[in-house]
Design a protein around this ligand. Structure first.
Ligand code: PMT
Length: 396
């Protein structure tokens, strides 16, 4: 799985840097070519010589070392990489990556690479809990970085809490997941929708909903990481994920047009978007004045995209429900003749619109309902894709 893969291992200045030697060793033993880049503080915790001995390859820590041929070859290294892993990642490197600073070998390489970047934070409890660090990590996550969450335990400072570098086995599993393990959607074309549509009343006002797009983006990224060619039709303003064809839309009508075009060659359509059900019959050309005490709008139905767009491809819908969740989702599954529906419980504050986690039940045309516990949207996405892989396999 890792044989002949090109992996860049970025090491930064944390007491946990010694564990990077174990990661480098395990990757090398698995047949990967491991190129280590280090920040200068990291070299105080573990020497480049040790890592060169383990990987059998040059290690770059000094951006300006004229003797290092390797730094000249850096661009080639960056282009060939299958994944870049930063373990341990300090609060400082996380902050630099969040804003695009490139003043050491690790941050420079991150900015230059097009490979997926995996970040395994390691820092003291208070630094990890600090809102700035949380914000920076959220920013990286939204940009498609893979975060291997730190563990809980006793720190070098004596404090107990979250911030310890994740177990090496967990980091290895995450690398395998990205690099080779799950190419089960290779060659498949998936169309994913995300975000809430806006149905305009006039040039500045619209009917909308609080969908952030996070669920749809998690699906798009997970499908990309599993080898699929993904078209993401989005009414969200989240940053565009790497390696995905992004089609921005605003209204239900625009989304329908984009979906109709994209599904022509697709194997599956997954509609995580919260599409408005109604739009104003008329859209005022100029801003409506506030002269009258009231305003009456005549609303008409928007196109039911999932209901109307049919074909040989697999169709997966979502149903955000607050009561009779399963019964209502089943009705939508039958009415829209879907292959699978994701019943989304929005009664829990940590599930549904806007948040990073979700609680869903998967309901297929045939078979038992699968209720999943609260998990990250990325984990939910992978569970949905497991089903998609199974159903596509049967369609062959
Ligand atoms: O974006 P997030 O903040 O991460 O939130 C995620 C989510 C809660 C929006 C998402 O997980 C979700 O549940 N999306 C579906 C929202 C919904 O309730 O859809 P619906 O029940 O109105 O529609 C059922 C299905 O038909 C959906 O797949 C929808 O995309 C689709 N639909 C709906 C209306 C319409 N006019 N055309 C459609 O295709």
């Amino acid at each position: 799985m890792l044989n002949n893969k090109n992996i860049i291992l970025g090491i930064t200045g944390s007491i946990a840097a010694y564990k990077a030697a174990d990661i480098a060793s395990k990757l090398t033993q698995a047949g990967a070519k491991v190129d280590v880049v280090m920040t200068e503080p990291a070299t105080k915790f573990i020497t480049p010589l040790t890592l060169r001995g383990i990987t059998g390859r040059a290690v770059v820590a000094d951006m300006f070392d004229p003797a290092s041929q390797h730094s000249i070859e850096h661009i080639a290294l960056v282009e060939a990489a299958d994944v870049m892993v930063i373990a341990p990642a300090t609060a400082s490197i996380i902050a630099k990556m969040a804003v695009g600073i490139a003043d050491d070998m690790v941050s420079l390489t991150v900015l230059a690479t097009r490979a997926p970047v995996m970040v395994a934070p390691a820092m003291d409890v208070d630094m990890f809990a600090n809102p700035v660090t949380r914000e920076n990590l959220a920013r990286l996550k939204a940009r498609g970085f893979i975060i291997v969450d730190p563990g809980y335990g006793r720190m070098a400072s004596g404090k107990v809490g979250w911030g310890r570098l994740a177990d090496v086995d967990k980091i290895m599993a995450a690398i395998e997941g990205v690099v080779g393990g799950s190419a089960d959607l290779a060659g498949k074309r998936l169309v994913v929708t995300a975000g809430g549509t806006r149905e305009y009343i006039d040039p500045v006002r619209y009917i909308g909903n609080p969908s952030s797009g996070k669920m749809g983006y998690a699906l798009a990224e997970a499908a990309r990481d599993r080898g699929a060619k993904v078209t993401l039709i989005t009414a969200s303003s989240l940053p565009e994920p790497e390696g995905v064809t992004v089609v921005p839309v605003e209204t239900a009508a625009q989304m329908k047009q984009a979906v109709t075009k994209a599904v022509a060659k697709a194997d599956a359509l997954l509609m995580a978007a919260a599409v408005a059900d109604y739009q104003s019959r008329t859209v005022a050309r100029s801003k409506i004045k506030k002269d009258s005490p009231g305003l009456t709008l005549e609303l008409v139905r928007t196109p039911d995209i999932l209901g109307e767009v049919r074909g040989k491809f697999l169709r997966v819908g979502f149903a955000a429900e607050s009561d009779n969740i399963i019964t209502n989702a089943k009705k939508k599954l039958a009415k829209k003749k879907l292959d699978l529906i994701v019943a989304n419980d929005i009664t829990d504050k940590k599930s549904g619109f806007g948040v990073d986690t979700n609680k869903v039940t998967l309901l297929a045309k045939k078979g038992k309902a699968e209720s999943l516990p609260l998990m990250s949207k990325r984990e939910v996405a992978d569970k949905i894709l497991d089903r998609v892989v199974g159903m596509l396999g049967k369609k062959k």
